[in-house]
Design a protein around this ligand. Structure first.
Ligand code: A3P
Length: 280
């Protein structure tokens, strides 16, 4: 178990992100037209990736998360000739400097942390690349302490929130997408500077629905080194339920109280956190 996780700058990473790679990220050569797809794990990264990939009509490449793999990863990314859509779970402070210097566009997707925790619990439970978790209670404690891959949800959120008004950053909510996907797709198109008609939007939404993605992806035989999800090629772990509010089936009233206390404490100075009101 100990060989599954290691620490880097105080944050737990899977050992499938090599220390050598993590240390070299700061010198990463970003390109002005790179698009970052940023998320805390289990916030809807695959969903967003599916939408973005459909919006581009010219050739773009969706890479695996920048922090995943060994040092060869840098070479691999360098050799891509097409525009790169690069997922990452890094918090803002850890993002390679060159993305910031070059003003690369970044889309940050946020999901109600209660549902994120539940989704991550199931992901942990069935994933051989992550430490074994026996019970939901145990996992929730680890989640609240930030003792899970990619660290604390709260710290991640706060690090990106500081940049919510930057021109090159678009913030999206999973729950908004569930409520009105066409609206979000339109927003993404505008942010990326892509012209898209209403009928095209409808088509994108259709192909990005949970059921459609789940069915299609089960047919694919994806190479785990080249997917958004770095830790499994088992798509059943990724397309689990895709709903809002599954936390209600997991949290006891006591756990919910504890969570909310911690949330209001950590988010005391956060404006963005006020948007997370859906069934919270
Ligand atoms: P659940 O475990 O709650 O079902 P990520 O892509 O960041 O790993 O996030 C995975 C979560 O997003 C899973 O949540 C998954 O079901 C959900 N998801 C994936 N595709 C989706 C879609 N098209 N619509 C809604 N939710 C989706």
């Amino acid at each position: 178990q100990a060989d599954l996780i290691h620490m880097f700058k105080g944050i737990p990473f899977t050992t499938r992100s090599s220390l050598e790679l993590l240390k070299s990220l700061d010198t990463f050569d970003a390109r002005e037209d790179d698009v970052l797809l940023v998320s805390y794990p289990k916030s809807g990264t695959h969903w967003l990736a599916q939408i973005i990939m459909q919006l581009y009509t010219n050739q773009v490449t969706l890479t695996s998360p920048i922090e995943f793999g060994d040092i060869l990863k840098l070479e691999e990314l360098k050799n891509l000739s097409s525009r790169r859509i690069i997922p990452t779970h890094l918090d803002y402070n850890m993002l390679p400097m060159n993305f910031k210097n070059k003003g690369c566009k970044a889309i940050y997707i946020i999901r109600n942390p209660k549902d994120t925790a539940v989704s991550m619990y199931h992901y942990y439970k069935d994933n051989p690349y992550l430490p074994t978790i026996d019970k939901w209670t145990t996992f929730l404690e680890l989640f609240l302490k930030g003792d899970v891959v990619c660290g604390s949800w709260f710290d991640h959120f706060l690090s990106w929130e500081k940049h919510r008004n930057d021109d090159n950053i678009l913030i999206l909510f999973y729950e908004d997408m569930k409520k009105d996907l066409p609206k979000t797709v339109k927003k993404i198109g505008m942010f990326l500077g892509i012209n898209i008609s209403d009928s095209e939007i409808r088509e994108v939404c259709k192909k990005s629905s949970f059921s459609e993605m789940k069915t299609n992806i089960e047919k694919e035989n994806a190479d785990p080194n080249h997917t958004v999800c770095a830790l499994t090629s088992d798509k059943k772990l990724i397309f689990r339920k895709g709903t809002v509010g599954d936390w209600k089936n997991h949290f006891t009233p006591k756990q919910n109280k504890l969570f909310e206390e911690m949330f209001s404490n950590k988010m005391k100075y956060s404006d963005l956190a006020k948007s997370i009101t859906y069934e919270f």
